[in-house]
Design a protein around this ligand. Structure first.
Ligand code: COI
Length: 352
């Protein structure tokens, strides 16, 4: 088959993994899937031992940031079935990001063959239950060794796995960023471009200095409407319950696939969902008057993560200590993963 990878196998893992002690994203698969785009076409991919890559110092992605990534997860059910979640949606989003960065699209069959072969070669990586997963990281970047500012003519697509537990292990407080902006209309806030995350790091440092784990970004124009956390989309649970999440229409928010899954799950649970603007002042007022019951973040890495408090302009606004709606949604999410609840579309579950 055209995209069937050329295989160079790696030696076995020297020690078995202790899943309960895994830091997020620090332990890697033994293999790396690599595809190269050159002279107007994708070439046959390779699976090779995970190792450093030789890169020319002029590599354009390092200079001008033509680089993007994806994050998706594969799970194992109690009966041993292995599957990846919403692979096609992640592939589609990768190509939306690529289009915005003037990069060539990645063919579906190439992406799938790289993933499938990689999984088959990493059979020793078996998450013990559904709170653990194989996080799949595709990363796609420009490789022309040239300092001219124009789209590169050569690219690398890498895919590897990292065995993970929860992204956040303790309580999560959010620092409301009121000085810097993450994204503006017409920009790149809606794609998974590497630079979006770099631009958020300084705010992350400020967050840490006041005891927060994540930043909450406001819209660039008014510095008033909440957009997303630096690692997750945001949902607010109002009395009712009623879920509100900021709309994607301004093009400044990542169209999170977990965000979309949560909207579907809420509907199956009979919880109303509205995509509408939420002012930070209304949010704080709602917390003070008990109208806001919960705030949580969603993301592939973080799944569904309840917030403990919001830090805004020097004040800490505590949220209620229980998160029944976030927990109900997480339960429903795990039921879909276990095969106990129907996904919105059958291709959400992609058997490996
Ligand atoms: C993900 O949730 O998959 C992401 O890419 C976010 C990152 C903070 C790990």
């Amino acid at each position: 088959m055209k995209w069937s990878p050329e295989i160079h196998a790696a030696p076995p893992r020297p020690q078995p993994l202790i899943w309960e002690q895994l830091p997020f994203g620090r332990v890697f698969s033994r293999h790396l899937a690599v595809a190269r785009y050159e002279e107007g076409t994708w070439h046959r991919p390779r699976i090779q031992p995970m190792a450093e890559l030789p890169l020319h110092p002029g590599t354009s992605a390092l200079h001008y940031g033509q680089a993007l990534f994806e994050g998706l997860k594969a799970y194992i059910r109690p009966d041993g079935t292995r599957f990846a979640f919403r692979v096609k949606d992640h592939w589609q989003r990768l190509n939306h990001s690529a289009e915005r960065l003037a990069m060539p699209p990645v063919p579906y069959e190439l992406f799938m063959e790289m993933l499938l072969t990689l999984f088959r070669m990493e059979e020793d990586l078996s998450p013990p239950d559904l709170s653990y997963a194989l996080y799949i990281r595709p990363v796609y970047f420009a490789t022309d060794p040239w300092l001219g500012v124009r789209p590169s003519e050569s690219y690398l697509l890498l895919i590897y796995l990292t065995p993970v537990g929860p992204y956040y292990t303790g309580k999560v407080r959010a620092y409301v960023e009121t000085e810097m902006s993450r994204a503006a209309p017409g920009g790149t806030g809606h794609i998974k471009m590497a630079g979006n995350y770099a631009g958020a790091l300084l705010s992350g440092k400020k967050a840490q200095q006041v005891g927060c784990q994540v930043s909450l970004w406001l819209d660039a124009q008014h510095r008033e409407y909440i957009e997303e956390f630096s690692t997750m989309n945001v949902f607010v649970v109002m009395k009712g319950p009623r879920l509100i999440t900021p709309p994607l229409k301004r093009g400044t928010i990542l169209p999170g696939i977990t965000r979309d899954t949560v909207i579907y799950l809420a509907q199956t649970l009979g919880i109303a969902v509205e995509e509408q603007e939420i002012s930070i002042y209304e949010l704080i007022e709602g917390i003070v008057h008990g109208k806001v019951r919960e705030v949580f973040g969603t993301g592939t890495a973080a799944t569904i993560t309840p917030l403990q408090a919001l830090h805004h302009e020097g004040k800490l606004w505590e949220l209620p200590p229980t998160h029944p709606i976030a927990e109900e949604l997480l339960k429903a999410y795990r039921e879909v993963l276990r095969g106990q609840q129907k996904p919105a579309q059958s291709d959400w579950i992609w058997p490996i």
